[in-house]
Design a binder for this molecule. Structure first.
Ligand code: ATR
Length: 276
């Protein structure tokens, strides 16, 4: 039997990860398979023990287990530690190492559309788990300034603290203020679920003051173009949807497991076809 990889999540039925990883194994001639495992929240510890006992070579971890798996692993990579969440496990001869490729995956998708981030002023909408991955990776890459906005403003505090550790200028402001100061931001990123299917008519922030030299990005990829991105495009701004992040995090996990580069365009086409 070839190597076995998997996804730990709950639920996992609609995940596209098995499709893209199994296709990548096949196309690179790697004898391995990838399976989705539905793990109940009270069974996370047993699932990790199962990886060891069965010799599963590696896993992805998704909602709601990205934080819960951490105490059961042997080593946590520095970036995953900063994010406080793991989305990738590598089984190195019985030693389970946790990584997080979500944030880096997103930054790489942004860099496909914009040049260096060093002088960019980023507005991050939302302060949950997804924001944490992306903001951490942006700070590691190096940005000019970070402004955060969130329904519950206090929840931005840990990320503002992290920005201070990176000596990056950072602040948190209310949504109304962000809307008024919209022209200041070079890149505006939505990390909340506002606009996600089936609530496609919702928008996290008014883009009335957007201009064509700004970038608007959404981590959501279902729908592909959220109302936020449609409005941005209508007003001439550049847009970045969440497909690149999904594909790149998968590709980076794949590289951790196999030390080989999967074809990211092939992965992207599978996702786009599946999303219709
Ligand atoms: P994820 O892992 O997807 O980031 P999360 O950690 O639950 O999920 O974070 C959800 C984010 O979306 C939070 O920033 C949340 O705002 P609060 O911190 O105020 O809860 C935001 N969010 C979700 N639904 C929202 C809504 N209807 N209006 C405004 N913000 C919302």
């Amino acid at each position: 039997m070839g190597k076995v990889f998997g996804l730990l999540g709950h639920p996992v039925g609609h995940s596209m990860s098995p499709l893209i990883h199994n296709d990548a194994f096949r196309s690179l001639g790697i004898d391995a398979s990838y399976h989705a495992f539905d793990v109940r929240p009270d069974q996370v510890k047993e699932a990790i023990e199962g990886i060891r006992a069965l010799g599963i070579a590696g896993c992805n971890v998704t909602v709601p287990h990205k934080v819960a798996v951490i105490p059961h692993l042997d080593k946590i990579d520095e970036e995953a530690e900063q994010i406080g969440a793991v989305n990738t496990i590598v089984n190195e001869d019985g030693c389970l190492i946790g990584y997080n490729t979500d944030g880096r995956g997103y930054v790489e998708s942004l860099l496909e559309e914009t040049n260096a981030l060093a002088d960019k002023h980023v507005l991050m909408i939302g302060a949950g788990g997804a924001a944490r991955g992306v903001v951490t990776a942006l700070l590691r890459e190096g940005i000019g300034k970070l402004t955060m906005t969130n329904r519950t403003l206090e929840k931005t505090e840990p990320l503002l603290q992290l920005a201070r550790e990176f000596a990056t200028d950072a602040e948190a402001i209310h949504k109304q203020e962000a809307e008024g100061r919209l022209a200041e931001f070079t890149i505006i990123i939505n990390s909340t679920s506002i606009g996600m299917s089936p609530n496609v008519e919702e928008i996290p922030l008014s883009l009335e003051r957007i201009t064509s030299d700004q970038v608007v990005s959404d981590l959501i990829y279902n729908p592909l173009e959220t109302k936020l991105l449609k409005e941005a495009a209508m007003r001439g701004a550049k847009t970045v949807n969440g497909v690149g992040m999904f594909v790149n995090q998968a590709a980076l996990s794949f590289q951790h497991w196999t030390k080989q580069q999967p074809d990211r365009n092939r992965m992207k086409n599978i996702v786009l076809e599946k999303l219709g």
